[in-house]
Design a protein around this ligand. Structure first.
Ligand code: PHB
Length: 397
């Protein structure tokens, strides 16, 4: 009898476990899993951290839920190295079983995983990396970008600098990898077509510790130029802008840069070096939209600092994803349904109106700013706006 009791209780435990175990599995399988790829070391560390902060801030606002499902984010450090891109993406997709990928700062990392995500049909929402081919000749139905294509804002910026800012002869400086060349080529297109002259192009390596040799070259040709156009980001931008001022070039050769180089969030590390410089950008903290006022306030409250353009890119990347998941009632296992919902997402963002073009790249305003003292600190102050700039922008007739 005792033996029978023992067998029955063992059977009871087995039945109970086979009932509880799949339920426990189903609970965790029920979450929408997003793999977030960003650099958390190296020259672009602040960009990665800010993107990540913005992404989490939006998820906080929706209680980490969309389409009736919990959202889980699994972070992966790409170290900004293209060679690590495919390894990290594969790990997230095949080991962690993520439904979506998001993030990425460095163009080379995004390019390196283009074929993989396309083959695996894993939607990738890029929140920075601007490799233009990803939304042009190498476009993929699974790749979206909420930030910019490298060259996009620069088409408008180059036209503006010649025709509106009146700078006719420029020195060009950018890091020597695809993003630097793509942005410089974008800038030079309508600058030159309008009649502008590029006096010299200088491409220091990415993560240059000392810009002195390059700035010495600039100093030699300063008398032949009206200004300097530059793109550097992350710790490179702090070193570049600071040294440009130290070399006394700021006064003799005005600096007009891509927004990344003079982001408000970097001013505490630049001192007054940025004061008086100009840039064109899709985001700065003084953009006067109700969404931006609120965003800057909640970001400050949570992180105790100003958001950068990278924070905003992360924030609206998460918002676009959440809206698409809501539209399909949480069925992220169907990537075709998800991407067709994501294509339709548009909303008023902190930067202004947000929507995708036919190639799944963002269309956005480009703001022309000057860095001025506001209260006791330098800030980008909006002076002009070029609306609805897409990656094939053309000058007004
Ligand atoms: C890029 O690699 O595409 C890139 C990196 C940093 C930026 C902008 C673009 O600030």
């Amino acid at each position: 009898m005792d033996a029978l009791k023992k067998i029955l209780s063992v059977l009871y435990i087995i039945v109970l476990l086979t009932w509880i175990w799949p339920t426990a599995q189903a609970v965790s399988a029920d979450a929408v899993k997003i793999g977030f790829m960003a650099p958390y070391v190296g020259v672009y560390t602040k960009l990665g951290i800010d993107m990540d902060n913005g992404f989490k801030l939006y998820l906080d606002e929706v209680g980490w839920k969309a389409g009736g499902r919990k959202i889980e984010v699994i972070k992966s450090d790409t170290e900004g190295k293209p060679s690590l891109g495919p390894i990290k993406a594969k790990e997230l997709v095949e080991k962690d079983k993520v439904h979506l990928l998001a993030g990425i700062v460095h163009s080379g990392v995004a390019l390196a995983i283009r074929d993989y995500v396309t083959e695996k049909k894993v939607p990738l929402i890029i929140t920075n990396a601007g490799a233009p081919e990803l939304t042009a000749q190498k476009k993929s139905p699974y790749i979206f970008r909420v930030s910019f294509a490298n060259g996009q804002q620069d088409l408008a910026g180059g036209w503006y600098i010649f025709n509106k800012a009146g700078l006719k002869k420029m020195v060009v400086l950018a890091p020597d990898y695809s993003a630097g060349h793509d942005k410089a080529n974008g800038f030079m297109k309508y600058f030159k077509e309008s009649g502008g002259t590029v006096v010299k192009e200088i491409y220091p390596p990415l993560e240059t510790q000392d810009f002195a040799p390059y700035l010495a070259e600039v100093r030699k040709i300063a008398k032949d130029a009206d200004g300097t156009w530059a793109f550097f980001a992350g710790s490179d931008s702090i070193r570049f802008v600071t040294q440009y001022a130290e070399f006394g070039l700021k006064e003799s050769l005005p600096l007009f840069t891509v927004g990344d180089t003079l982001d408000d969030a970097f001013f505490p590390s630049m001192g007054d070096a940025a004061m008086g410089c100009r840039d064109y950008t899709h985001y700065c903290i003084s953009i006067n939209t109700p969404e931006n006022k609120r965003f800057v306030e909640v970001y400050h409250k949570k992180y105790g600092e100003d958001p950068s353009m990278f924070s905003e890119q992360g924030y609206i990347g998460a918002k676009a994803i959440v809206e698409a998941i809501n539209a399909i009632g949480g069925k992220v296992e169907d990537p075709e349904a998800f991407i067709s919902a994501l294509r339709k997402v548009s909303f008023p963002a902190p930067r202004g109106p947000f929507k995708f073009d036919a190639n799944q790249n963002v269309i956005e305003n480009v703001y022309i700013t000057t860095v001025e003292a506001v209260g006791d600190r330098p800030l980008n102050v909006v002076k002009d706006v070029i609306p609805d700039v897409d990656q094939n922008w053309k000058p007004p007739k």
